[in-house]
Ligand binder design. Structure first.
Ligand code: FES
Length: 203
């Protein structure tokens, strides 16, 4: 093929020759982006799991304020009923605050048979359930009737003048040598203790 002088043959470039260094695929950039997406994905999973765990804990943890049923009740030491007198009714805490020879107790107001609300019958000096006739002593011990156990009670402690705290025993009975030293009683209505089986005393 003849070529006219001065004319240059058309340049023939391969595909590779047309690719400038700046157009070369940047492997390091691709990997970084992939890693970045992995980090985002991982962080999203961690945040999702964290939010789920926080929600579960939020719903599982009881959140009751002092003075509402399920929370703590603070009773001034001066409000302890005299030994052997009628138990004091605490409607908000749903317990009877009772002071007997067996100790001080915060007795849950629900009958251990089928859940009726029993009452204190002063003339008989005992608790009596109107539903099926179960009867209990002032210290919560079962006397008679279909109830399977003595009255349930709440965890109880006493804060003394010197700042120390005396806790009730395994039956929820608080034994005090000097009740006049008590500044306040703490009844934890979120912590119920089952009464002993019918026919059994505290000892
Ligand atoms: S519910 Fe109290 S005796 Fe049955």
């Amino acid at each position: 093929m003849t070529t006219i002088a001065g004319d240059k043959p058309p340049a023939v470039h391969s595909a590779r020759a047309d690719t400038s260094p700046g157009d070369q695929p940047d492997d390091s950039y691709s990997i970084s982006r992939r890693e970045f997406l992995y980090y985002i994905w991982g962080a999203s999973i961690v945040m999702l799991l964290g939010a789920s765990a926080a929600t579960i804990v939020w719903f599982l943890l009881p959140r009751f304020r002092a003075g509402e049923f399920g929370g703590d009740f603070f009773i001034p030491g001066s409000q302890l009923p005299p030994l052997g007198s009628a138990p004091a009714d605490n409607p908000q805490g749903r317990f009877w605050f009772s002071n007997t020879e067996a100790g001080v107790a915060a007795l849950y107001k629900v009958c251990t048979h089928l859940g009726c609300l029993f009452k204190w019958v002063g003339t008989n000096g005992r608790f009596e359930c109107p539903c099926h006739g179960s009867k209990f002593r002032a210290d919560g011990i079962y006397i008679e009737g279909p109830a399977p156990r003595s009255l349930d009670r709440f965890e109880l402690s006493a804060v003394l003048q010197d700042g120390s705290e005396v806790a009730a025993d395994e039956y929820g009975m608080l034994h005090l040598e000097e009740p006049s030293q008590v500044v306040q009683y703490v009844v934890r209505t979120g912590q119920k203790i089952q009464g002993p089986p019918a026919g059994r005393e505290y000892t």
